[in-house]
Design a protein around this ligand. Sequence first.
Ligand code: PLP
Length: 412
Amino acid sequence: MTFVNEHYLKLRGGYLFPEIGRRVEAFGEANPKLAERLIRCGIGDVTEPLPPAVVTAMHHAVDELANRKTFRGYGPGTGYEFLRATIAEHDFRGRGVDIADDEIFVSDGSKCDCGAILDILGPNNRLAITDPVYPVYVDTNVMAGNTGPGRDDGSYVGIEYLPCTAENGFVPALPGDAVELIYLCYPNNPTGAMITRDQLRAWVEYALSINAIILYDVAYAAYISDESLPKTIYEIDGARRCAIEFHSFSKNSGFTGVRCGYTVCPKDVQAVTRKEVEVPLHDLWTRRWNTKSNGVSYPVQRAAEATYSKDGAGQIGELVKHYLGNAKRLREGCESAGLTAYGGLHSPYVWVVCPEGIDSWGVFDRLLNEAQLVTTPGVGFGSCGEGYFRISAFNTRENTEAAVERLRNVSW
Ligand SMILES: *Cc1c(COP(=O)(O)O)cnc(C)c1O
């Protein structure tokens, strides 16, 4: 018999969204008429179609592939130069941040990158991960064998969880014990919180002081609506030596189905062998891509490039503005319903405190049954998420306004 990767058998997750689906389905079977008015504010998927500049660029790229003279086969494993240069120029150098074209690695989305990065890191790193959290950081470490067994509350032995609560503004305190690998995500999913420049600087200084690496996820960077807040960790001095950053076109450009993202791996980030020899991770990450991938499809890379054109940038700006407008309405709607709400200012997520005496699945059930609203119970993102629920602003304006109206009519 062939052996399996037994680390997969430790996984506790994969429970949240199936359980939501199960409860929504059961509600629909019991109440077919009411089920027609369901509004889904649960998952983090966009609703609005692709911007016209992106569609035009994709069409054009397909036409090129249809013509012998302009046909292209395999592209570079780490991304076409036209896209890497455009990204490095617009997202970094144009803002005074020193990142070279070949420090950009184009991928089919940042979820994959968050998992793939573990290919080039050793198995013995101590991990610090926020709670609540985007489950991908935890589960990919479980699959790679970097944790011990799971506990009943869904956490794993071998991870230092960093509590993110209303008291600390959902920005965790520095870990008590030394760690080697730190996961941070701002604007945050699920809490919708943002980190200040000073807070991020403290993390960078901490990582440098203990030779740790920060894996920084900025999938929602486009939602930062205050110029004084850091859009990339490389705005902080020293981050080139201690941070790898994950970007995605999913949430700003509607690419959740198109699939494109990128990582930034500066040449100054080093890790060590067991004999304490320093190795630049940039070399390993390049090698990893060229061995395991032939890159992202050409039309998709042209589509991503188009998000930086004058028209494209304007159109994706409008998309983000639309979702932020929804988030503002949802947050204010919650507040006027007497609920305490966080997030939604630099993020498409509003993180709401459960009313006294009801836990997060209790709120989920009440909103489903009484208002036909699908939300996400906070406990599904980690034990510190208990006592909160998440409402997503990825919706049409019409659905958002209806959702706000219904939230106001629920009596707690
Ligand atoms: C949506 C999301 C991503 C992006 O995933 P893609 O694979 O690029 O679609 C990454 N990180 C977080 C926290 C997200 O919510």
